[in-house]
Design a protein around this ligand. Structure first.
Ligand SMILES: [Zn+2]
Length: 107
């Protein structure tokens, strides 16, 4: 069971109140991009064992999208943060590195 805090409205709730939206921080490729880039954007996703960044929507709350950093093995939620970022905030990356020294960092 995940306990997620929505950074938009501040509510902390079980994951059933939220809807998962897949991997976060994807680089989008559209018209004019190569077939390989577009195919990779459309179909290839990371599926790490450990630290992962995901999109979530507060489906039964404020309805807004946000991002969550969590561990896929322990289900520990490190932090949630607004969706309007291209990379995880530095303080969240540092927090994860303290807890998971073996983690190679955000690529
Ligand atoms: Zn919310």
């Amino acid at each position: 069971m995940l306990l997620i805090t929505c950074p938009c409205c501040g509510v902390t709730a079980e994951e059933t109140e939220f809807a998962p939206g897949g991997e976060a921080h994807l680089k989008r490729f559209g018209p004019g991009s190569s077939d390989a880039d577009y195919e990779s954007y459309m179909f290839n996703r990371k599926n790490p064992r450990g630290v992962h960044f995901e999109r979530w929507r507060h489906a039964y709350g404020c309805g807004k999208w946000f991002l969550v950093a969590r561990d896929t093995v322990t289900l520990e939620v490190f932090a949630s943060y607004p969706a309007q970022t291209h990379r995880p905030p530095e303080e969240i990356v540092n927090k994860i590195k303290e807890k998971r020294p073996e983690w190679e960092g955000f690529a």
